[in-house]
Design a protein. Structure first.
Length: 279
């Protein structure tokens, strides 16, 4: 059994320190095999925010895998840094690798950096994977045959019902990558909304998507702070959703997925299999 603790979007600079402390206590109690933080450690990549985020990350259970999000790039009030060295500050604190990997017996995890300093849209917070991002992930997923395979990126693959913000682009290319390598689990954040489903094109491999809410930010989007605790083996995935109730983090709902010939699908009434809307 593999046990992964998935959190996202702490947003130091707009974090609630009491909620962050409660989470760290709960995380230590859960004692996962791997802790994954899927981006947006800060609000504006200010040095004091990054230092505060580092203090938080250093208290997370080991081993851990951390990737940046779009808020970990300096804002436009620092245009030179944003355009010419967008991840310099992040790298000074968290290391040079923006797309880390983690390999353990039976587990292979590959990070992808979907955050860009600028792009063709006026909304530069949108997630985009370059051909180089996709090529590198393809190469890295080609190893570790027989392992439970996990992709980590900041931007989401699924827009919850009624949500008007865009998902990561180009989604068809990412889904092709997931299907060709039979990726089991995709971890992401960004929307500050929890969402769990198996996703993929019709008649093709589906992977389970864990989109986590913010773990400790005050920037809520209709639901309290939370995180996911994932337990998985070759044929079954259970994801416990934890939410902050004002005093502590407690289990809200458990979601179950089973593996079949076309990948993963919902194993109970609370989960579902979504055909990707990629038009």
């Amino acid at each position: 059994m593999i046990r992964i603790l998935h959190l996202s979007d702490p947003h130091f600079g707009a974090a609630d320190p009491a909620v962050a402390a409660r989470f760290l206590t709960r995380a230590a109690e859960l004692a996962p095999d791997l802790t994954v933080l899927s981006g947006d450690l800060t609000m504006r990549a200010r040095r004091r925010e990054l230092i505060e985020a580092r203090s938080f990350v250093e208290r997370l259970p080991r081993p851990r895998l951390v990737i940046p999000g779009n808020h970990d790039i300096p804002a436009m009030n620092q245009p030179f840094q944003r355009l010419f060295s967008p991840f310099q500050r992040y790298r000074e604190i968290f290391g040079a690798e923006l797309e880390p990997i983690h390999t353990a017996p039976g587990l292979h995890v590959v990070g992808m950096n979907s955050s860009k300093a600028f792009g063709p849209s006026l909304d530069w917070s949108l997630g985009h994977l370059s051909p180089e991002n996709l090529r590198r992930a393809h190469q890295r997923l080609s190893g570790a045959p027989g392992s439970f395979r996990v992709l980590v990126l900041h931007h989401p693959l699924i827009a919850p019902e009624g949500h008007k913000r865009d998902v990561v682009r180009p989604l068809p290319s990412l889904l092709e990558l997931i299907a060709s390598h039979r990726v089991d689990l995709i971890l992401c954040g960004h929307f500050h909304c929890s969402h769990l489903a198996a996703i993929g094109p019709q008649n093709s491999w589906h992977g389970v998507v864990s989109q986590a809410a913010t773990v400790c930010s005050t920037r809520l989007q209709g639901e309290p702070q939370g995180f996911h605790m994932i337990r998985a083996d070759h044929d079954f995935i259970e994801i416990e959703r934890y939410v902050f109730d004002g005093e502590n983090f407690a289990t809200d709902t458990s979601f179950h997925f089973a593996r079949g010939a076309e990948g993963w699908g919902g194993a109970d009434a609370t989960t579902r299999r979504e055909e990707a809307r990629i038009a």
